[in-house]
Design a protein around this ligand. Structure first.
Ligand code: NAD
Length: 360
């Protein structure tokens, strides 16, 4: 198969970790007989420096013309970087928000996996962490409270702020479909998270998700309230497979799920639209504190590449090969500085990429 991949290396550690992701994708191409063409594009701080804006129309068009986008991370030190002296719409993050919007990316997928070798980094009690967990949080990304009308004004002489939480049935249906499709590629369980005991949007959410479930009889559906889910995430995270939820609940729960793994440099993410198209990037940021030193952990970027293979290219065997190579390297005791433990051999960013590529 031939695929065209738009590559946004971005700022900070972005270029270093994306280089390693490409090294691993090239190993996949060689082993499985595929051809990947890469188109380098600028976004974020590097685009501000080159073009005076964080995202150009040409970059958006080039992304749309590709099969998927592989991204590093964007942004710099928010206190010292001159990029943050610019008006908000010209700062690095404005580029990413505009890109997500232009590409219609409404479903954000963040897997949280606790690898046996990294249990020591898990902040949960040992009897919980020893069970391990492998869940994926799917967050609605373009609706809800963050995009509803808002205003702050005096009402009867009292300053009052209003944010509007709105979802229509089509917005809910398309993300529910994505969640069930992803569950079919995993352990066939969906937990839909809402606050249906209070909110109308949640009651509609629950109704539509239940309707969609009828088309996926192999998948088990359960509904859960968001407050109880926040507790279950630290009490018994191994019960979850795919969790689907609206924008704000997903924002909070996905950070909680990332935190309980204890290792940010390991976590990939994907943002999808209604087609197979997606943008794949590490969950972490540009880590300006360690940029340019070849010490960042490239595994989140490499696993983002694996998600691209699985969800945009339907290359499940190839994605398994990458994920298994990562597990193997961890089991053999190699570690970058952020996941270093006693008895392990510390390696640099590019060495980690090569070790994983060799094991594909
Ligand atoms: P960060 O995720 O960049 O860093 C937090 C901590 O985690 C730092 O100590 C960093 O060294 C470490 N870390 C992160 N990724 C790592 C990796 N792969 N290997 C080893 N250590 C790693 O968060 P921050 O410091 O709050 O933000 C820095 C910049 O990144 C800001 O400009 C922020 O806006 C931006 N950011 C971008 C994205 C994105 O591109 N999607 C996401 C989050 C933050």
């Amino acid at each position: 198969m031939t695929k065209n991949i738009a590559v946004i290396r971005g700022d900070g550690i972005g270029p270093e970790i994306v280089n390693e992701a490409i090294k691993v994708l090239d190993a996949v191409a060689k082993k499985f007989g595929h051809t990947f063409h890469y188109t380098d594009l600028l976004m974020g701080g590097c685009s501000i420096d080159a073009n005076g804006e964080p995202l150009t129309d040409e970059t958006i068009a080039a992304c749309k013309a590709s099969d998927a986008v592989l991204m590093g991370s964007i942004g710099g030190n928010t206190t010292t970087s001159p990029w943050y002296k610019l008006p908000a719409h010209l700062r690095p993050e404005a580029g990413l928000l505009k890109l997500r919007k232009s590409l219609g990316l409404f479903a954000n997928l963040r897997p949280s996996v606790l690898y046996p070798e990294l249990r020591g980094a898990c902040p949960l009690r040992e009897d919980i962490s020893e069970k391990g967990f492998d869940m994926l949080i799917m967050r609605e990304l373009t609706g809800g409270l963050y995009f509803g009308d808002r205003k702050t004004e005096p009402v009867d002489g009292v300053m009052t702020a209003i944010d509007t939480l709105k979802y229509d049935e089509n917005e809910i249906r398309r993300i529910a479909v994505k969640a069930f499709e992803v569950a079919m590629k995993r352990n066939k369980k969906v937990t839909s998270v809402d606050k249906a005991n209070v909110l109308d949007t949640s009651r509609l959410w629950r109704k539509i998700v239940t309707e969609v479930a009828a088309d996926y009889p192999e998948v088990t559906l359960e509904h859960a309230l968001v407050d109880s889910t926040a507790m279950q995430l630290v009490r018994n995270p191994s019960q979850f497979d795919v969790m689907v939820t609206e924008n704000m609940f997903g924002d909070i729960l996905s950070d909680e799920a990332a935190m309980v793994t204890g290792s940010l440099g390991m976590l990939p993410s994907a943002s999808l639209n209604e087609t197979k198209f997606g943008l794949y990037e590490p969950s972490g940021g540009s880590a300006p504190d360690i940029a340019g030193k070849n010490i960042a952990n490239p595994i989140a970027a490499i696993l983002s590449g694996a998600m691209m293979l699985r969800y945009s290219f339907d290359m499940n065997e190839e994605a398994d090969a990458v994920e298994n190579a990562v597990k193997k390297v961890l089991a053999e005791g190699f570690a970058t500085g952020d996941i270093m433990r006693d008895g392990c051999k510390q390696v640099l960013c590019d060495e980690m990429g090569s070790l994983i590529a060799e094991r594909v």
